[in-house]
Design a protein around this ligand. Structure first.
Ligand code: ATP
Ligand code: MG
Length: 353
């Protein structure tokens, strides 16, 4: 496996700049997830690295070699596409064996078989090896597509929302599998998704894309707790961060120039004093409960434990865990605020509820 470096990479399609001055290093063995809404430039970024698109500017290197002008076949990366891309008339076995039988490799057949069986076992598609690719469920097809990238042991993997077409249970299983496989192989992976759970659970670092620009990159924890902007703050968290006019929820201090505050639902504490709130809806999710409140005319989400016997129309109070509030200016940029150091109060307050 190898390091992957993009330096000031730009790609235009006519008037649209799909990727703008993008600089990013995926370290050897690192799992980087690019997160962004539809049209943000995720697929284009992967296609630039794989060589399926040519950059209009900038440089791309893999394992220290400048590949910017190389053909896809010369780049030693394997891509898993957003849509299934299997050979429909081949069996699963032959789909998996295909990359190993290419004229470039010509692996002896016993070795091909060994490798195919290994990867099939890893992805739990062993029993389906003799099926035609079209005689599979969507989830099985996508696992074969991932398997076809895995058999090759390339310098890096590029994965374009490989789990997006699967049902929730299979997606959750494969998330764990993918992470395990990545750790086992020490694989370098650039993975693209608009699913925040995938990003949070699999990434060593998350890069957030906005209209072709990489607006922030950091560990999942950094992106979640220290977003540079409202845009980034809104990408992670379910329910989303509460965004309210400055002065809401009884938060009176804050930096000069603050226009809005951001408060994560888990930092909203019910029934421990503070300002008056009315409960609108209660969604018990098992381990936790999502509560929608009305506070001074604004709607606010709170996350509580499994227990509280709350009902719609009940009156309560809310307060915000000291130091947890994020402040943003009129343009949605985060403003630093020293009071965030008070986060140590947090666990104390939590236990009090
Ligand atoms: N071949 C193309 N020709 C013209 N415009 C394109 C082409 N490919 C992508 N674009 C444009 O570039 C921008 C980025 O597209 P891209 O496919 O990279 O987005 P994405 O983040 O992968 O979105 P999604 O989540 O929907 O897959 C979009 O505005 C898109 O319309
Ligand atoms: Mg895409």
């Amino acid at each position: 496996m190898a390091e992957l470096v993009l330096a000031d990479v730009t790609k235009r399609f006519g008037p649209v700049t799909a990727v703008r001055d993008l600089s990013l290093t995926v370290a050897d063995g690192e799992f980087v997830v690019l997160l962004g809404p539809t049209g943000a430039g995720k697929t284009t970024t992967l296609r630039l690295v794989s060589g399926l698109e040519r950059a209009d500017g900038g440089k791309i290197s893999i394992a220290g070699i400048d590949v910017t002008k190389l053909e896809p076949a010369a780049r030693d990366v394997a891509m898993v596409f957003q849509q299934f891309s299997l050979y429909p008339h081949y069996t699963v076995y032959d789909n998996l064996a295909f990359p190993l039988r290419s004229p470039l490799r010509r692996l002896p057949e016993p070795q091909v078989e060994e490798r195919v069986r290994q990867v099939a076992a890893l992805l739990r598609i062993g029993p389906k090896l003799q099926n035609k690719a079209t005689h599979l469920s969507g989830g099985e097809m996508q696992r074969v597509a991932i398997g076809r990238a895995l058999v090759r042991e390339p310098a890096a993997f590029l994965m374009d929302e490989p789990l997006s077409s699967l049902d929730a249970k299979l997606r959750a299983d494969l998330r764990v599998e993918m992470k395990r496989i990545q750790l086992d192989l020490g694989a370098t992976i650039l993975y693209v998704t608009h699913d925040q759970v995938e990003a949070m659970t699999m990434a060593d670092r998350i890069g957030v894309l906005r209209e072709g620009e990489l607006v922030q990159i950091g560990t999942p924890r950094q992106i979640y707790a220290e977003p540079d902007s409202l845009y980034v703050a809104n990408r992670l968290g379910s329910p989303q961060i509460n965004v309210l006019p400055v002065g809401s929820l009884g938060i009176m201090d804050g930096p000069a120039g603050a226009a809005t505050i951001g408060v994560r639902p888990e930092d909203v504490v019910l029934g421990a004093g503070g300002v008056a709130a009315r409960i609108l809806t209660v969604e018990p999710l098992g381990a936790e409960t999502v509560i929608l409140l009305e506070v001074s005319g604004s709607q606010v989400h709170a996350l509580a434990g499994p227990g509280p016997a709350l009902r719609p129309h009940d009156n309560s109070t809310v307060r915000v865990i000291p130091g947890s509030t994020l402040f943003f200016d009129r343009e949605g940029r985060r403003l630093p605020w020293a009071a965030r150091n008070e986060r140590s109060d947090r666990s104390e307050l939590r236990h009090g509820t």
